[in-house]
Design a protein around this ligand. Sequence first.
Ligand SMILES: C[S@@+](CC[C@H](N)C(=O)[O-])C[C@H]1O[C@@H](n2cnc3c(N)ncnc32)[C@H](O)[C@@H]1O
Length: 312
Amino acid sequence: MIERHSEHLPVLLNETVAALAIKEDGFYVDGTFGRGGHARVMLSQLSEKGRLLGLDKDPAAIAEGQRLAQQDSRFSIEQCSFADLAEPINGRLWQGKVDGILLDIGVSSPQLDVAERGFSFQKEGPLDMRMDPDSGMSAAQWLATAEMGEIAVVLKTLGEERFSKRIARAIVETREQSPLTTTTQLAALIEKASPFREKHKHPATRTFQAIRIYINNELEDLKIALEQSLNVLAVGGRLAVISFHSLEDRIVKRYFRDQARGDDFPAHFPVTADQLNPRIRLIGKAIKASEAELIMNPRARSAVLRVVEKLA
Ligand SMILES: C[S@@+](CC[C@H](N)C(=O)[O-])C[C@H]1O[C@@H](n2cnc3c(N)ncnc32)[C@H](O)[C@@H]1O
């Protein structure tokens, strides 16, 4: 895999690490290691006894994590989806003992910037978009075989694309002539099929987002990871989630709200708040990037951090 120089500026770095309230001897998990921006600061707050496990699907992130693991024996890394986080945690006998988990979901800057990964409609590259290019179907494979109706539904539901049907039709008509293989080919097709442009938004933005979320199973993985995280956390352990668009944030917000509310009794049932067995408590409100951070890193604009603490 070709990796050109591309930095990832960690988003909401100080806010996230502060909200995890790191215990120096604790066990921590960074479920989205990326280039280790958050992980390195988490490690700096751990003692010799503290441990940090990094996870990522992306082989380039794993390579970076392996370099860090060689330098710091408190850190280890595994390649897997955060939806499977219980496995490496159980393997380390950490279940019920984890003091904090971070999920900084979405794509990293190197993924967007390296044309060969196929995430960006602005860079000519193969239509891939897989977080782990060695597993599952690439965007090109899916677009070559999916039915028009299925493509339209994905673009509508995961990209909130109003011209989903027109774009799906254009994809199917084009692939009947020749296969869709590159990012710029798809971007040009979308531009042609869209009757008008949103202000400050390339017409391909929503379609690319939708295809990426779909082929990486991002929303389903997130739902599973939230549940697994609460299962493995110690009482008093914290879960911090940074999401980058409204579909993800809605999942996180609703899940946290339901778990903080506790058991679902019928309305007017005579129970007090603590008899509802809430599983977590919300730590503060949703946090967004400061103006100062946005000047340094415009990609932080849509980031939302939510944090909870496990009660029981
Ligand atoms: C926004 S970046 C994280 C950046 C990281 N916090 C840092 O400071 O370098 C998101 C990372 O999550 C990874 N990722 C996305 N979905 C994943 C999943 N289901 N399981 C594991 N890693 C995932 C991506 O490969 C990417 O490296």
